[in-house]
Design a protein around this ligand. Structure first.
Ligand code: ADP
Length: 180
């Protein structure tokens, strides 16, 4: 059996090969649903990259830097590294030697886009697998756009975002509404 992770004996001696995965998204803003997925995914691998992506179709509410910093403030697992890219997620995964992409699948609407994304990524690199995790029940219908909408209508977002980010998230969303 060929092992591609763990401690392996090579001609150069023992080498440690890590199992790495990438959890990418726009995180605009970060929600408790995202945190749930990243913490659970971090238990499945040696190293998890949480990757903030630039969405070419979408105008974003928070800058890349703000999103990266928000994630850094709440990430607890020490095997998580937060990064960003303006390239394809698969290319980032290849560069880091990651072999899996983590996705959260909330409902049937997600299913359609996630399966399309899976084939899109697989066409680029079929050695990189996609691992789908289902959210905790409370977060099944939670999205970044729902958070933006709740703030727009001055509703409480306490159950959906980390406490330490709540004020920053409300402020950032209100700032972007003023600009629009
Ligand atoms: P959104 O759809 O909220 O804009 P992102 O692009 O930031 O989300 O999503 C990154 C990944 O996280 C996607 O796989 C998405 O399905 C997943 N995700 C988003 N919100 C949740 C949630 N509430 N529970 C579980 N997974 C989620």
């Amino acid at each position: 059996m060929i092992r591609d992770y763990g401690i392996i004996n090579t001609k150069r001696g023992y080498e440690i090969i890590m199992r790495k995965a990438v959890y990418a998204g726009s995180f605009d803003p970060l929600s408790n649903g995202h945190i749930d997925i990243m913490e659970r995914a971090a238990k499945l691998v040696d190293k998890l990259y949480v990757l903030v992506t630039v969405n070419i179709d979408k105008h974003s509410t928070f800058t890349i830097e703000e999103r990266v910093n928000m994630i850094k403030k709440v990430v607890k697992a020490d095997n998580i590294e937060v990064a960003w890219t303006d390239d394809l997620v698969v290319k980032f995964a290849e560069e880091q030697g990651a072999t899996a992409l983590i996705r959260g699948l909330r409902n049937i609407k997600d299913f359609e886009s996630e399966i399309a994304l899976y084939h899109f990524n697989r066409n680029i690199d079929n050695k990189i697998e996609t691992i789908v995790l289902f959210p905790t029940y409370l977060y099944t219908y939670l999205s970044s756009s729902a958070i933006r909408e709740l703030v727009y209508y001055n509703q409480d977002i306490t159950p959906y975002v980390p406490d330490i980010l709540k004020d920053e998230i409300i402020k950032g969303i209100k700032r972007s509404l003023k600009k629009a």
